[in-house]
Write a protein that binds this ligand. Structure first.
Ligand code: NAD
Length: 380
């Protein structure tokens, strides 16, 4: 929004039902299936969400297929196999119970089979609230937007995220905060998207700080799940900004874990962009509990740098408090990969990014993020 000279925008609010509440998943899902007259349901759940899925769907009528063959970043082979199975079993409703990888596979099915999805999230990735799909083929992740992949209903039950280990919860929550941050400078950033982004950042930061010492903390988990939904609503409408472009390239090409990659890269993108986006920097600092330096538009470079320092330091303080992952090296990313990664990332950076990005800048950012350096080094 910093770049806008005057308040002119064109906003589209997508249609989706959200049913939110502790312990509601099984009953709400049965309700949804009945309301939609679903007779042949495909339930997708894998890994750690399998047990929760079995419990939620135990008495669900019309389950025709259970599917657990999924992997992060939706490899095309897994998408093809799942689509074929959906056709073979004449599926009329896809239910996804799990994190972003699970709903990602459901979206891959909806893309070609035009089937409705009911999504029950168990992480804070937020994919269930977006029309963005992602598929990885021959080491390259492609993302796109298709209204048909937006789940018709999301059933958000905080009880399901309570078992998410703290390490994953923290990374996933920071992935949610990244949605809010990118929503402030992505191509379709507007004041309508900034509102859920502000509240989402605040709720996620507060929720995470509350349950990091006590994983079962009820209101902390509620707040984080609500924050993750708001974050995804903002991101869904704003589109992908510089941060998401970097993380998609790293995740798809080097198979880095999604949430941890977001958690590590975020402060570097904030430090890089914020001097040229003082309004966004002020929002980030305020929402994360830091001291906001209001860099009023036109107040000059000094104000931008001060606002950027406040935002970066609020984010760093939060990451320290949460014990967040710090270095891409720890995820297996190598310095030798930096030139290739920069070549993949550069053409994808939106022209509307608040600060111009060139090869030198992106390589410097990646080097710092790889070694876990000080993000503030990018503020200038
Ligand atoms: P994930 O779905 O891969 O889950 C991470 C791990 O957590 C898995 O091992 C899973 O089994 C486990 N897990 C999930 N819920 C659990 C629970 N409640 N308790 C214990 N373990 C649990 O990871 P993610 O971060 O949720 O999603 C990442 C994927 O989602 C990536 O492919 C990413 O690109 C995609 N994504 C897409 C969008 C979008 O808008 N299209 C948005 C965010 C993420």
């Amino acid at each position: 929004m910093d770049r806008a000279q005057a308040l002119v925008f064109d906003h589209l609010t997508p249609r989706q039902r959200l049913r939110f509440g502790e312990g509601i998943a099984a009953v709400a899902l049965a309700d949804e299936a009945a309301e939609r007259g679903a007779e042949r349901i495909m339930v997708i759940a894998g890994g750690s969400s399998a047990a929760a899925a079995a419990e939620i769907t135990r008495d669900l009528a019309g389950v025709a297929l259970r599917w657990d063959d999924l992997a992060p970043h939706v490899p095309i082979e897994k998408a093809r196999a799942a689509r074929e199975a959906a056709r073979e079993h004449r599926i009329d409703l896809v239910v996804s119970i799990g994190g972003g990888s699970t709903v990602g596979l459901a979206k891959a099915i909806a893309m070609t089979e035009r089937l409705p999805i009911v999504a029950i999230p168990t992480t804070y990735a937020g994919s269930e609230a977006t029309s963005v799909w992602g598929i990885t083929e021959r080491g390259r992740k492609t993302t796109g937007v298709d209204e048909a992949v937006l789940p018709v209903t999301v059933i958000a039950d905080p009880a399901l995220s309570r078992g998410l280990p703290i390490r994953l919860s923290v990374a996933s929550g920071l992935n949610g905060i990244a949605h809010c941050v990118d929503a402030l400078w992505a191509p379709n950033a507007d004041p309508i998207n900034a509102a859920p982004a502000d509240v989402g950042m605040h709720a996620l930061a507060g929720g995470l700080a509350r349950f990091v010492d006590d994983p079962t903390h009820e209101s902390g988990r509620d707040e984080a799940l609500l924050g993750s939904y708001l974050a995804a609503v903002a991101f869904a409408s704003s589109g992908s900004g510089m941060h998401h472009k970097i993380c998609h390239a790293l995740g798809g090409t080097y198979n880095l874990p999604h949430a941890e990659t977001h958690a590590i890269v975020l402060p570097f993108v904030v430090a890089f962009n914020a001097p040229m986006a003082p309004d966004a920097a002020g929002r980030i600092a305020r929402a994360l509990g830091g001291e906001a330096v209001t860099g009023a538009r036109g107040a000059g470079a000094r104000a931008g740098v001060d606002a950027a320092r406040a935002a970066t330091s609020a984010l760093s303080a939060l990451r320290d408090r949460l014990g967040a992952p710090m270095a891409l090296h720890d995820l297996g990313f190598r310095d030798e990969d930096i030139p290739e990664a920069a070549s993949i990332i550069l053409p994808s950076i939106p022209p509307s990014n608040p600060r111009a990005v060139d090869r030198v800048a992106i390589e410097r950012l990646l080097r710092l993020a790889a070694s876990g350096g000080d993000p503030a080094a990018l503020i200038d």
